[in-house]
Design a protein around this ligand. Structure first.
Ligand SMILES: [Mg+2]
Length: 202
């Protein structure tokens, strides 16, 4: 079984909003950020018209000062039911984390997993890995899952695009606890909570 990290296992968005607000001296709210994960730099650019930075500079800063910072992740809570259900699933299946976070932040990912669901996750796959020359090597969640042997039971993610791009690689479930994507078509499987995941797979 494959699980996304941010917004799936942990409620990391409030910490990221707090970081961005502090770093750029702005006052964005949680709702400004919902659904904007891939255009976070443009949101900050809108709020800081006098400030000039490239997309690479923006995400470089985020990686260096937020994604690798245990301090910024100390108060990040698990999603409701996650710490109850994940250990039970781990008794029955092999669980892996698949995340669009960069590999440079893997210690923070391990910190969160060890703090809340120790010994449950067998492997962590980060989509982006920075090479020595500064370029990024990208191995998508889909390519990683295709490379794993054994029966693939399920993939869970809170981003509809991730579910759609998985195609028929693995049965994929949109985790949508707040019903943000209720009206969206083209998604076959949905779960509304970790308790719901438990009902289906335990
Ligand atoms: Mg996510």
């Amino acid at each position: 079984m494959f699980f996304d990290l941010d917004g799936m296992k942990f409620k990391t968005l409030p910490a990221q909003v707090a970081y961005v607000n502090k770093r750029y001296g702005i006052r964005t709210t949680l709702s400004d950020h919902i659904g904007r994960n891939h255009t976070l730099d443009s949101l900050v650019r809108e709020r800081c018209p006098g400030l000039h930075f490239t997309r690479d500079e923006f995400y470089g800063d985020l990686a260096e000062n937020f994604l690798t910072s245990v301090d910024w992740h100390k108060d990040v809570p698990p999603m409701d039911g996650m710490t109850a259900i994940a250990p039970l699933l781990a008794e029955k299946y092999t669980l892996m984390t698949v995340t669009a976070r960069q590999k440079s932040g893997i210690d923070v990912i391990k910190y969160l997993l060890d703090a809340h669901i120790p010994k449950c996750i067998s492997e962590i796959h980060c989509v982006y890995e920075k090479a020595a020359d500064g370029t990024f090597k990208e191995t998508s969640k889909k390519d990683f899952i295709l490379s794993v042997s054994g029966e693939k039971i399920a993939f869970f993610d809170d981003t509809p695009e991730e579910i759609i791009s998985m195609g028929d690689t693995v049965p994929s479930y949109l985790y949508d606890p707040d019903g943000l994507h209720h009206g969206m078509t083209g998604i076959t499987n949905r779960v509304h909570s970790w308790w719901h995941i438990g009902e289906i797979f335990l």
